[in-house]
Write a protein that binds this ligand. Sequence first.
Ligand SMILES: [Zn+2]
Length: 179
Amino acid sequence: MRCHTIIPLLAVLGIPTIGTAAEPAQSSSHGAHVHGQAQLSFATDAQQVELLLESPVANLLGFEHAPGSAAEKAAWQQSQTLLQSGQWLQLPPAANCQLQQQQLNEPWSKSADPHHHADVELSLTYQCSNPAALTEVRLDLFRHAADLHQVDVQWVSGQQQGAATLTLKQREFRLVPAN
Ligand SMILES: [Zn+2]
């Protein structure tokens, strides 16, 4: 089941969280839809890490309409597998984090955007046995997303919080461990 323990921290920052499938589609309260850019919110509390990645689909696939051709469907399938695997992100090995759950939205479900803009909203939850080692996070997303140039990060760790801007040349951000 979905764990809600960290969600309030994200809400404090004004970071929208992903609704459960049962909820009606929220009107777009997410971060700005700017091609080339994505938002990552990262929260850690005790042994849990929860992150939310929001990105225009175009950054990942190079197109933003619902996949139509077999090639487009295959590209989307590959992208989903990568996102949900968490392999686009590196947490410090010493923190010993295990991916517990993942939730990826269906970007074209709410549909009716005449301009065909669509966003990926991915949430990943980790359990880390040594959260004191959570001092930096590295993104390997850029090499998988050719049209992604910048990721704006907001993090919360216990009582600390901060922000970072990641690019192909600056793929890591540092944070203060919660404990
Ligand atoms: Zn768009």
